[in-house]
Design a protein around this ligand. Structure first.
Ligand code: DAT
Ligand code: MG
Length: 140
């Protein structure tokens, strides 16, 4: 299996509850390496650009307002099959449907405030990493 990079975000509901370390520990225990990380309080405009793929969805306003409501921690993760592995560790979008032991099962508050974001495919990983990081910010 190939070594991949994926993009991860610890959302405002989780930074607010001081869960950055606990969530990062889940990722590391799954074999993912944090090769870049920074804390950012994104603007509404940043959230709208980052989540542009969802711009026609009914929850777009709620999503972008939430994502710009407080700090997030944006990260690049590296490891074997990192994109799928991160999605596995995150759990289902709706925490009510997430498997035991996943980050969302353990920490998410609701469908909207679900603690973490993770890229869903190689193309989105590349775009999302480049949205927040320059190559020189990443140390693999
Ligand atoms: P994921 O974050 O699992 O990739 P997604 O890309 O479908 O899920 O949606 C992005 C985020 O939008 C998701 O993490 C939470 C929010 N969201 C999705 N569906 C929603 C809904 N029906 N109501 C409110 N927020 C929703
Ligand atoms: Mg998604």
């Amino acid at each position: 299996m190939a070594i991949e990079r994926t993009f991860s975000m610890i959302k405002p509901d989780a930074t607010k509850r001081n869960l950055t370390g606990k969530i990062t520990a889940h990722l590391e225990e799954a074999g993912l390496r944090v090769v870049a990380s920074k804390r950012v309080h994104m603007s509404l405009r940043d959230a709208q650009a980052f989540y542009a793929e969802h711009s026609e969805r009914p929850f777009f306003g709620e999503l972008t307002e939430f994502m710009s409501s407080g700090p997030t921690v944006v990260q690049v993760l590296e490891g074997e099959n990192a994109i799928a592995k991160n999605r596995e560790v995150m759990g289902a979008t709706n925490p009510a449907e997430a498997d035991a032991g996943t980050i969302r099962k353990e920490y998410a508050l609701s469908l909207g405030e679900n603690s973490v974001h993770g890229s869903d495919a190689p193309e989105t990983a590349a775009r999302e990493i480049a949205f927040w990081f320059a190559e020189r910010d990443i140390a693999g």
